[in-house]
Design a protein around this ligand. Structure first.
Ligand SMILES: [Zn+2]
Length: 309
């Protein structure tokens, strides 16, 4: 079920923390607009990262959400960078039911020594990987590309261009609002000729023109349009695509939620050999902190049915 956006609908109640699917009328172009408010602020705040790193992680999370929402799968999409700069790793993952989480690993001394905080200075050289994990007993799909763009969105576009799967473009932005809360947004568009959009694409040239137009519109998006809580998603989509007309379908809600739990960690610990498990005890307890949500779990010997020597 899709709904065409008209001018008087663009003032609809604003919602946040969502992925909004849209289709450009009469073309084979569709996409996702992602808006993250409290969902990304919660992720960043538990870690207390320096602002440039918080921004980078927020962008990674918005991109992961946009990509996951565009793919047909059940499970989890993981976006991960690994590189030799001060920010050695960024991880953001999102499940198909909208649970989003992420963390960054960085070297404090190397970070403090930076005079510039642009993408290249922060991450250095390395790669970005996208993994689609559909659970046990299924094969993982993984795509990897060098971190060769000027920002995370460009790196992801490089991957799509190299692998020549579909025409795809994506923009992303992250910033703090006037209250100091982190916000992020992304807009992704792609051509899916095999699906045929709404069946009105007459020939290759018209489809190419429509795509070039969409690229120009998306390149015109300002970072604050992506993150602005006071700009409804429908208004932004209407602003971009009103010439052709744009339709939206049901939004997906996104929220910050981690998949760690005491039971899950206990299962991992109990799968270790007696010797390995004994090595995990420090000062009489096993203490483990989840890198994603910073929750610390503490187990006493009796919790794990262990007798310490
Ligand atoms: Zn956790």
């Amino acid at each position: 079920m899709t709904t065409a956006i008209t001018l008087d609908q663009t003032a609809s109640t604003l919602d946040d923390n969502l992925a909004q699917p849209y289709m450009v009328h009469g073309t084979d172009i569709s996409g996702r607009l992602v808006r993250l408010g409290s969902a990304i602020d919660d992720i960043v705040t538990v870690h207390d990262y320096p602002a440039p790193i918080a921004a980078l992680l927020s962008e990674a999370a918005a991109l992961a959400a946009a990509m996951a929402s565009s793919l047909k799968f059940e499970g989890k999409l993981i976006l991960q960078t690994q590189s030799d700069g001060p920010v050695g790793m960024l991880v953001a993952d999102v499940t198909t039911d909208g649970a989003l989480r992420g963390y960054a690993q960085f070297n404090e001394a190397d970070y403090s020594a930076l005079s510039m905080h642009d993408f290249r200075s922060l991450v250095g050289k390395g790669y970005i990987a996208f993994t689609v994990d559909q659970g046990q007993y299924t094969e993982r799909y993984q795509g990897i590309v060098d971190l060769s763009g000027a920002n995370l969105a460009e790196c992801i576009q490089h991957y799509f261009h190299q692998s020549d799967q579909v025409d795809m473009t994506v923009r992303v932005a992250a910033d703090r609002d006037s209250a100091g809360k982190w916000r992020a947004g992304a807009i992704l568009a792609q051509r899916l000729p095999e699906i045929g959009g709404e069946g009105e694409v007459s020939d290759g040239a018209a489809a190419r023109d429509a795509w070039d137009r969409a690229l120009a519109f998306i390149n015109s998006v300002q970072p604050d349009e992506l993150t602005d809580a006071d700009l409804p998603t429908e208004t932004l989509l209407y602003r971009l695509f009103h010439e052709d007309g744009v339709r939206v379908s049901d939004r997906q809600a996104l929220r910050h939620a981690c998949q760690c739990s005491e039971d899950r960690l206990k299962t991992v610990l109990l799968s270790l050999s007696a010797e390995e498990l004994a090595d995990c005890f420090i000062d009489g307890v096993v203490s483990s902190t989840c890198e994603f949500c910073n929750t610390t779990y503490v187990f006493k010997p009796e919790d794990l049915a262990v007798t310490l020597q």
